[in-house]
Design a protein around this ligand. Structure first.
Ligand SMILES: [Zn+2]
Length: 610
């Protein structure tokens, strides 16, 4: 979002040879070829607007984005198409729900409420759309049951289809058939028959919580699109659009055919290059959080960055006489900005006196209807956030202490407490594992949720004293000692001639020997937020379906703590690796590889993995 993305449009004339190929294709498949009514203009425009990777960003941040304002742009475009007899198709390319708290605590319901009111056409399912697992209770506890329950509930709530043509159910060998989740949809817009296919990246199921996608696999995108698009053509589709939770990344948007500013290995380029000519007209891409307005193999590919801060658009100009696409016109991703600062071009929050930005010749104003439809789900979220956990903190508990992580220690303590017989708990807060400090004052569910918004589960692993020691030493060696959270074990770190060395002691002071076997507890990977407590070096055990949810364990711990002395909290948070003296601290710091704590401190709390 650093460079100017608005204003420039580029025209793409489908080469004559491709148009001929399409005519051949249309004839070959015996499509009905309706002539235009005599009083209609020959050309009609379908404006296809793409959103993707919203990640729950329903509301603007620093004047940028927000669904009510996005709806304002779409409303203006719809007015323009209404005046020339065309139509607007609104396509989302997935990773819609996981991200901001308003969406997460409603499991995406607040977003679907808005999308319904915005009259979306269809959306592709993305990898993070599986993140919520089963349906939550009204108190935001995950209920036992179908681990795809939350996603299915969103699809059932939507008045537009969820598309997932290459998501295969292992049990049937066919695309999943859940209510309102299907491979494709055929629809009519301004008298044109349009087919929309949805697909997800080949890596989708490796980029979400493993337990939630058991029994599913992802089929290759190219072959799936070719098969499904051919079916749609045979069923009468005159324009085929792919909603793709797979994408690419380019830096410039002024020349659609010029890919020199693009990442050439982009997944969606490879897919587009492999498709038969003239089978697909448009791909609305996503997943990489990049921007696209490019032409590959005659296909117009658009992608809008992420978090609703911009939208993408391509116009398909359709010739009613020949019943074929006359040309497509690609637009650079357009920022969703209420009021650009005239000098810096940065987006600033709109004020009453501000002159609103214009789109399609009209002032863009946030649509109050979208604000209204989101209100009930939002109210439920605010009530949840304000729920107190029965504890008040005298001082903030921070992620990073001088030597250890007070908040990491607290999480480790809660995890160890939850597993009877556990000797130790370890978590690594180095790379955005815990997303916020806990402020002082009454402890609420909302504050805990801000720290750990994910549904990762508790994992138990058996390790030797030597293995645990090596892992802790490796973490300290990487300069991440402030990110380490430990419970049940005291760490004494020192410097020897061959580098950093740690001794582990049980908290009662007895040493832990190399050959001792320990039951340790940590957070199940993969995490959605970086390299939090990777158990891989400790034996690579994955989370189990029925293991407790980490956040729920910590929530329960706080509720119990309310009846315990404050000393328990101090004990839990102040445990850090011990260093013999200041000289040792310096030596350890010198031996650390340079990936310092500042990397932790500067990590953006709002960036999810694609
Ligand atoms: Zn994604």
């Amino acid at each position: 979002m650093r460079r100017k993305q608005s204003g420039t449009t580029a025209r793409l004339i489908v080469p004559g040879v491709l148009a001929l190929a399409f005519l051949w294709f249309a004839r070959a498949t015996h499509l009905p070829r309706l002539a235009a009514a005599p009083d209609q203009p020959a050309l009609v425009t379908l404006s296809i607007v793409g959103t993707s990777d919203l990640h729950g960003a329903a509301f603007p941040r620093n004047g940028l984005g927000g669904l009510p304002l996005l709806a304002g742009y779409v409303n203006n475009l719809r007015a323009a198409r209404a005046s020339d007899g065309g139509a607007v198709l609104l396509i989302d390319s997935g990773d819609t729900f996981q991200g901001d708290v308003e969406s997460n605590l409603s499991e995406g319901a607040v977003i679907v409420d808005a999308y319904n009111a915005m009259r979306y056409t269809a959306e592709a399912v993305g990898n993070h759309d599986f993140d919520f697992g089963s349906v939550d209770s009204p108190t935001a506890r995950q209920l036992p049951g179908d681990l795809r329950g939350a996603l299915k509930a969103r699809a059932a709530q939507a008045r537009y289809p969820f598309l997932a043509a290459n998501l295969i159910d292992d049990a049937t060998g066919r695309p999943v058939e859940w209510p309102n989740v299907r491979p494709s949809v055929l629809l009519h817009a301004a008298g044109v028959t349009v087919g929309v296919v949805g697909v997800m990246t080949i890596d989708a199921l490796r980029s979400t919580l493993a337990a939630n996608v058991q029994g599913l696999r992802v089929a290759p995108l190219g072959a799936t699109i070719a098969t499904e698009a051919s079916k749609l053509r045979a069923a009468g589709a005159e324009v085929v659009v792919v909603a793709s939770h797979a994408g690419g990344r380019c830096e410039r948007f002024d020349q659609p055919a010029d890919l020199s500013s693009c990442e050439s290995e982009s997944e969606i380029f490879q897919v587009a290059k492999g498709l038969p000519h003239s089978l697909v007209d448009v791909i609305a891409a996503g997943h990489t959080h990049g921007g696209l307005a490019h032409q590959v193999n005659g296909i117009g590919i658009i992608q809008p960055f992420s978090r609703g801060q911009a939208f993408s658009r391509v116009d398909v100009v359709f010739d009613r006489r020949t019943r074929s696409v006359a040309r497509i016109q690609l637009f650079a991703p357009r920022r969703v900005c209420a009021q650009p600062d005239p000098i810096t071009e940065n987006c600033v929050p709109a004020t009453a006196s501000a002159v609103p930005t214009k789109y399609e010749g009209r002032a863009v104003t946030p649509d109050p209807a979208i604000v209204r439809v989101m209100a009930p789900a939002l109210q439920r979220v605010h009530t949840l956030q304000a729920t107190t956990l029965g504890v008040s903190l005298d001082v903030p508990i921070r992620r990073l202490g001088d030597l250890g992580s007070p908040l990491g220690n607290l999480f480790a303590e809660a995890l160890r407490d939850a597993v009877p017989g556990a000797d130790a708990a370890v978590i690594n807060n180095a790379a955005r594992g815990l997303w916020a400090d806990l402020p002082d004052g009454p402890m609420t569910f909302g504050r805990l949720y801000d720290v750990f918004p994910f549904d990762n589960r508790v994992v138990r692993i058996t390790v030797t004293g030597a293995e645990l020691g090596r892992w802790v030493a490796a973490e300290i060696r990487q300069g991440r000692r402030g990110g380490l959270g430990i419970s049940g074990v005291a760490v004494r770190a020192g410097c020897l001639a061959d580098g950093i060395h740690v001794d582990l002691l049980r908290t009662v002071g007895r040493p832990i020997h190399d050959e001792d076997r320990l039951l340790a507890v940590t957070i199940g990977a993969p995490t959605l937020s970086g390299s939090l407590a990777s158990p891989a070096p400790l034996g690579g055990v994955g989370p189990t379906e029925n293991a407790p949810i980490v956040r729920e364990v910590v929530e329960d711990w706080f509720r119990r703590l309310g009846r315990l002395a404050q000393g328990r909290l101090d004990d839990a948070t102040h445990r850090s690796p011990e260093y013999a003296d200041a000289q040792t601290v310096d030596c350890v710091a010198l031996n650390a590889s340079g990936r310092s704590q500042s990397r932790v401190a500067s990590a953006s709390p709002h960036r999810a993995t694609p």
